[in-house]
Write a protein that binds this ligand. Structure first.
Ligand SMILES: [Ca+2]
Ligand SMILES: [Ca+2]
Ligand SMILES: [Ca+2]
Ligand SMILES: [Ca+2]
Length: 273
């Protein structure tokens, strides 16, 4: 049992941290940390930061500037909606006594880096913004002890995301000033699945009466006619799944396989007689 566990740990190279920053736009007042971008905002938050001694290092922080924004991308891991918060954002929020020095950002997420969904926010309570709660210095992957600001994909109805965009709140929120990003960390995540042609096997093709589909992960099968009409759909488990095609009009179809975490793969299929 131990050797199996070690083997599984060895083959997984994904980490919970954001892996790249494919876009940035600095606003007025930016500059701090730019020489260290993007290394300073990838990986875990500053390991030396605590709520009363927050990070202050340019090698760990990046100031976006007024209304500046940044996009972070998860590549080797995909953030998924599971129980509770799904990712955390760390800023250098500073606690003094029972007060906090806060500099906030709006938080948006995306599956494709093109269409975005913003977390609802409240200008009074600051709920839904990043830059509200300090980093504790405890395990950054455990949202119940890490501090920082937590976000739950269930709140916006998404089952997974791969991009996070943070935008300095500018004058829209009464906060201390300019948002300084430290890190974005996945809480609920899985290794990003990579799909290649050999992973979706359909036979025979052309098919007469019974199509066998072999996939290595569960997902959804959709069969589209050549003019784009959805003809058949079904959730399928990993392994071999069979579809009776005897009742289908003969012709060329597109067989599409997709998973909850964004795998999407299509192949042409011919139904003959
Ligand atoms: Ca990662
Ligand atoms: Ca950092
Ligand atoms: Ca969740
Ligand atoms: Ca700050």
């Amino acid at each position: 049992m131990t050797s199996i566990l070690i083997f599984l740990l060895c083959i997984s190279t994904a980490d919970p941290w954001a892996d790249d920053s494919p876009g940035i736009s600095y606003g007025k007042g930016a500059g701090f940390g730019q020489d260290f971008y993007p290394v300073n905002i990838l990986g875990p938050p500053d390991p030396n930061a605590t709520s009363t001694y927050p990070s202050s290092s340019e090698s760990e922080l990046l100031t976006l500037g007024k209304y500046g924004w940044i996009v972070l991308e998860f590549i080797d891991n995909t953030v998924i909606d599971d129980v509770g918060p799904d990712f955390s954002v760390f800023e250098n929020v500073f606690q003094f006594g029972s007060s906090y020095f806060r500099e906030c950002a709006f938080v948006e997420v995306s599956q494709d880096g093109i269409s975005w969904v913003m977390f609802p926010w409240d200008s009074q309570t600051l709920e839904g913004l990043a830059g509200v709660w300090p980093t504790t210095g405890d395990d950054p992957t455990n949202p119940y002890v890490s501090g920082g600001d937590q976000f739950d994909l269930a709140d916006i109805g998404l089952s997974w995301i791969r991009f996070v965009r943070l935008t300095d709140c500018g004058d829209d929120v009464q906060d201390g000033g300019l948002f300084d990003l430290d890190a974005v960390v996945a809480v609920n995540w899985q290794e990003t699945e990579v799909f290649n042609q050999n992973d979706l096997v359909c036979y025979p093709n052309p098919v007469n009466e019974c199509l066998s589909i072999h996939v290595w992960i569960s997902g959804t099968i959709r069969l589209y006619s050549i003019n784009g009409r959805l003809t058949y759909t079904s959730q399928i488990p990993e392994g071999v799944y069979e579809i009776e095609t005897a009742g289908f009009t003969q012709g060329v179809y597109i067989l599409r396989f997709s998973t909850l975490t964004g795998l999407d793969y299509s192949i042409p299929l011919t139904i003959a007689r």
